[in-house]
Ligand binder design. Structure first.
Ligand SMILES: Cc1cc2nc3c(=O)[nH]c(=O)nc-3n(C[C@H](O)[C@H](O)[C@H](O)COP(=O)(O)O)c2cc1C
Length: 359
């Protein structure tokens, strides 16, 4: 017989993330965070087919490549999915046009304040615009300029990160931004944590690391196995040696590459100090160190020399699971937490003491 506590808990979860589900047009308000080289048609379609919301990472693709990726994804799923574009891409306007012509319903603009032209094009087409906000003031500004939803991504996340943790960002933003749905990201690996943020007012959650290690992810087996081996403390931000030469903070697994990057910065600094390199040359030299490094790790499986971007949530990757399993597990964890609470407040012994699978 179905457990009444679990049924009530599932209804409560659906109430809590109703706004996120409606906004994305999905069963579960769980977005697969766009990950360059990883979030292509197979992973994106798998997330959407499992009831979540997949997002293609355009990264450095040109418009033709993006058009093919969108068409490939549409061939694998009839469910909604989005496309993440980096605002500093030199062909941003063309990429936006490609998305809109293909009928993509949600465009995510990442990596800075979205330029007005791109915002206007998305809005005029009727598609939804999603933007990232690293602080409350900026989130409000983005909403005023047309963002239909906001993602707040804490520094626990994998890839390029801001300085503030999700724990703090959520407290800063969620109570004060009710105009649009807000999705939380960074370091999320379990359903109970997602539930906590939903109760604070989040509309849904975005996860990257856990999906990168899924069966459907095209990432090299070495990449997925590195995730399984790693603990949260192995996923660290890049270290900047000298404040005159800024380094964009990227969270990833510590490896030979991250150690060589420190040595490279030190050597470049010495060449600058000796007059061999100008400041600009030295800065470029440091920036070029990681060129192509994510691809080397994700596609070629070079997890020692490449950039193994990962969030602190990597400690919660313990096996290679299908996307459907990951989503079912997250939903079950959130539901079980709610059901146990329901039973406790009714003074009944919890029938749900066993771990829930799906409801
Ligand atoms: C390997 C990897 C690559 C990523 N690439 C991108 C990207 O291209 N664009 C982007 O907006 N975010 C990128 N991210 C961030 C994710 O979209 C997501 O917000 C983040 O992974 C959430 O934190 P979590 O990894 O702890 O779940 C990347 C993350 C990872 C792990």
């Amino acid at each position: 017989m179905p457990d009444p506590d679990l049924i009530a808990a599932r209804a409560e979860l659906d109430r809590l993330w109703a706004r996120g589900r409606a906004f994305l047009g999905v069963d579960y308000a769980i977005m697969g965070g766009a990950m360059s080289w990883v979030s292509e048609r197979h992973l994106v379609a798998a997330i959407s087919n499992a009831g979540g919301f997949g997002v293609i990472a355009c990264g450095a693709m040109n418009p033709q490549q993006l058009e093919a990726e969108i068409a490939g994804t549409q061939a694998m799923t009839g469910k909604p999915f989005g496309v993440n574009l980096i605002t500093m891409h030199p062909q941003l306007d063309d990429l936006v046009r490609v998305c809109l012509a293909a009928g993509v319903g949600h465009v995510v603009l990442a990596g800075g304040i979205p330029p007005r032209g791109a915002v206007a094009a998305v809005k005029d087409s009727g598609a939804k615009l999603v933007a990232f906000a690293p602080a409350l003031g900026l989130a409000k500004r983005l909403v005023r300029s047309g963002a239909d939803a906001i993602v707040i991504e804490g520094s626990e996340a994998g890839g390029h990160i801001g300085p503030v943790s999700l724990t703090v960002l959520a407290q800063e933003v969620l109570p004060h931004l009710r105009e649009v749905p807000v999705f939380v990201a960074g370091g999320l690996g379990r359903g109970e944590a997602i539930l906590g943020y939903l109760e604070m007012g989040a509309a849904g959650a975005q996860l990257g690391t856990r999906f990168a290690a899924s069966v459907e992810s095209i990432a090299h087996d070495n990449f997925k196995r590195a995730f399984i081996r790693a603990n949260a403390r192995d996923a660290l931000p890049t270290v900047q040696l000298d404040e005159r030469f800024p380094v964009i903070p990227v969270r990833g697994l510590v490896n030979e590459g991250t150690r060589r990057f420190l040595a490279h910065q030190a050597a470049t600094l010495a060449r600058f100090q000796s007059g061999e390199l100008s400041k600009q040359e030295a800065q470029l030299d440091i920036e070029h160190f990681w060129a192509g490094a994510l691809r080397r790790a994700v596609i070629d499986g070079d997890v020692e020399g490449g950039s193994v971007m990962a969030g602190q949530s990597v400690g919660m990757v313990t096996s290679i699971q299908s996307v459907a399993e990951i989503i079912a597990e997250l939903v079950a964890q959130a539901t079980t937490a709610l059901a146990l609470r329901g039973a406790a407040s009714a003074g009944r012994p919890a029938a749900t003491a066993r771990p829930a699978t799906t409801v």
